[in-house]
Design a protein around this ligand. Structure first.
Ligand SMILES: Nc1ncnc2c1ncn2[C@@H]1O[C@H](COP(=O)(O)OP(=O)(O)OC[C@H]2O[C@@H]([n+]3cccc(C(=O)O)c3)[C@H](O)[C@@H]2O)[C@@H](O)[C@H]1O
Ligand SMILES: Nc1ncnc2c1ncn2[C@@H]1O[C@H](COP(=O)(O)OP(=O)(O)OP(=O)(O)O)[C@@H](O)[C@H]1O
Ligand SMILES: NC(=O)CC[C@H](N)C(=O)O
Length: 532
């Protein structure tokens, strides 16, 4: 039996295009004489459709597309599609052959933690499904079903010799190893081979990394798809097991994150129809890394970098920005903001009379820059990519409607420590970020001689505290007991984390790479008196 596995990049809600793509790949599979075709979870709608699943018309139109697939003969197809019957909605996988639906599997285990909300939409399925192709009994399950013993065990009890799994499993650091480990448990429990087909692509804050795989009866990976790219692959099931096929290595740490960020940005820009991106280039490391990723993703001709010096901007910031755009050959503009800043200050002079200069004036500069970038965005159809990192999002070290103004926050889930690691890694692939940008001390350059560490702990300490507070959900007492940071710093970061929730609520969407990103898996109240 020959299996066609389609690691698909679907667009949520683009039902006709998704179905066109499925039909196209199914036809290729038929040409290659495949017996079974399998695509990711909810391939017709794309995953996750979120509250589209609360609309009756969404199910109707998804089903209409499924009917197009029913026209295809000559292969057995496993197609994920949301399904409504009576008052129940299911996350279903339809088994279609020669114009008939020969089976429907409804996802049994609905993930409802982290970024997942499936209990909000679906009723759990109750029955396993095993169907036969070329005398092979195939069980099917959907994504979360693999993460517990029961669904695959039930498929096995019903005679399955092989399990086909349709997935939409989002990326986070270490997730692929976790998937392989869970799959191995299922294989060992049941002595049954698995074919795991994952979605690929960026969907708002989620990155689907693909890396579909097959595991033989001995728990060995015998096939692995390239991560972060779409592909159709063929696998053979002969003599009761999956035969060896191509094994593409999963990228190492920095490479995985970098590729993930590229996929997230590219899909956000292209799926939402932007011509390109614009960003403020400051001579600092955050905007330098953002620019490198943007150019690597979209090409230099779809990216614009704007340096907007003020009286606090160091000469080397301008020099390093110029050097970087020369290397990348990207469109570069310089707009001095002093006249605008003076204009704002003049307008506010009377109201502010007798009051000291403070962060108000610092924020004005950031807001002037935000305004200029948004004007360029409006005029050219370029999305503003913001450059703030997770360390800044944690502590609120960013200006609302200033450097936070924009449509996609590329580094939102990347700590400052990781910003350095990714920048160094990128330069090993070809020198694009001037060395001085990496080695100089970070500064917001919003007042004289400003340095981030005037108001924040050293980033290596800050980032450890943030991982413990945000990802490990530890209390300040527990962190203090670990003794890597002084008590004041722990309390300071915890306090900043708490009081800046309102900023995160207003921040642009950005890709999740960690276990706990400031997005769907971080839902804290703005109004909150609880001390972490
Ligand atoms: N709970 C709440 N719910 C809703 N809104 C709330 C709020 N608390 C304050 N606000 C509003 O937010 C305002 C304060 O926020 P905001 O205006 O942003 O200003 P703020 O947080 O006071 O200052 C921004 C800080 O970020 C630093 N910064 C700025 C830019 C770039 C960088 C960098 O290195 O990347 C660092 C800057 O040096 C300064 O320390 C308040 O005036 C109020 O209007
Ligand atoms: N002189 C500038 N010209 C253009 N954009 C700027 C300038 N200064 C700040 N920005 C924009 O605001 C963002 C916040 O920068 P800021 O220098 O305040 O802090 P940062 O976190 O150190 O960032 P970076 O490392 O990029 O400098 C920058 O990444 C950049 O997009
Ligand atoms: N779509 C799903 O069911 C995903 C849940 C699963 N545990 C994963 O992330 O891999």
């Amino acid at each position: 039996m020959k299996i066609a596995s389609y690691q698909m990049n679907a667009i949520v809600g683009d039902l006709i295009r998704n179905t066109d793509k499925l039909i196209n790949q199914i036809n290729l599979a038929i040409e290659q004489k495949a017996d079974v075709f399998i695509a990711p979870e909810l391939a017709i709608s794309g995953y996750p459709p979120e509250d589209l699943l609360l609309r009756e018309g969404f199910y109707r139109r998804c089903h209409k597309q499924l009917e197009r697939i029913l026209q295809i003969d000559g292969i057995t197809m496993l197609i994920g599609c949301p399904y409504r019957i009576g008052a129940d909605n299911f996350n279903s996988l339809f088994v279609i052959r020669d114009g008939n639906i020969i089976g429907r599997y409804d996802k049994m285990l609905l993930p409802n933690y982290g970024v997942f909300d499936e209990c909000r939409y679906f009723t759990p399925g109750v029955s396993p499904l095993v169907f036969e192709v070329n005398q092979v009994k195939c069980g099917v399950v959907i994504c979360e079903d693999m993460w517990d013993s029961v669904p695959i065990a039930e498929a096995k009890e019903n005679g399955a010799e092989l399990v086909l799994i349709a997935n939409a499993s989002p990326f986070e650091t270490g997730k692929h190893q976790e998937r392989l480990q869970i799959a191995k448990y299922r294989v060992e429990e049941n002595q049954i081979p698995l074919v795991y087909v994952n979605q690929v692509g960026g969907q708002d804050e989620l990155i689907f990394d693909g890396a579909s795989f097959a595991m033989n009866k001995n728990g060995n990976v015998v096939y692995q798809e390239t991560a972060f790219a779409e592909n159709l692959a063929f696998l053979n099931f002969i003599d009761g097991d999956i035969q060896s096929a191509e094994i593409n290595q999963y990228p190492e740490n920095e490479a995985a994150i970098y590729n993930g960020l590229k996929l997230a940005l590219g899909d956000y820009i292209n799926k939402n129809g932007f011509k390109g991106v614009v960003l403020g280039l400051s001579g600092g490391i955050d905007s330098a890394l953002t620019l490198a990723i943007a150019v690597d993703t979209l090409g230099a001709d779809r990216v614009m970098a704007v340096m907007m010096p003020s009286q606090y901007t160091a000469g080397i910031s301008v020099d390093d920005s110029r050097e970087m755009v020369d290397i990348l050959k990207v469109r570069y503009e310089e707009i001095a903001i002093k006249p605008l800043f003076d204009g704002f200050c003049n307008s506010l002079e009377t109201i502010f009379e007798g009051l000291a200069t403070d962060t108000t004036e610092e924020n004005l500069q950031a807001r002037i820059r935000g305004n200029l970038l948004m004007a360029i965005s409006n005029k050219f159809g370029y999305l503003v990519v913001t450059t703030g990192n997770k360390s800044e999002m944690t502590t609120g070290y960013a200006t609302l409607y200033g450097d936070m103004a924009g449509g996609f926050a590329l580094l939102k889930d990347i700590t400052k420590t990781q910003v350095y690691q990714l920048s160094r890694w990128r330069n090993t692939q070809g020198y694009v970020i001037p060395e001085r940008i990496i080695t100089r001390a970070p500064s917001a350059e919003l007042r004289d001689n400003q340095c981030d560490q005037d108001s924040l702990p050293e980033y290596d300490i800050l980032d450890k505290i943030l991982v413990d507070l945000v990802e490990n959900r530890l209390s300040t007492e527990e962190i203090i007991a670990k003794a890597y940071a002084n008590t004041d710093d722990v309390h300071k970061v915890a306090h900043l984390l708490k009081i800046n929730e309102y900023k995160r609520r207003q921040a642009a969407v950005g890709p999740k790479v960690s276990r706990s990103a400031f997005a769907k898996d971080w839902r804290y109240p703005n109004t909150n008196k609880f001390r972490f």
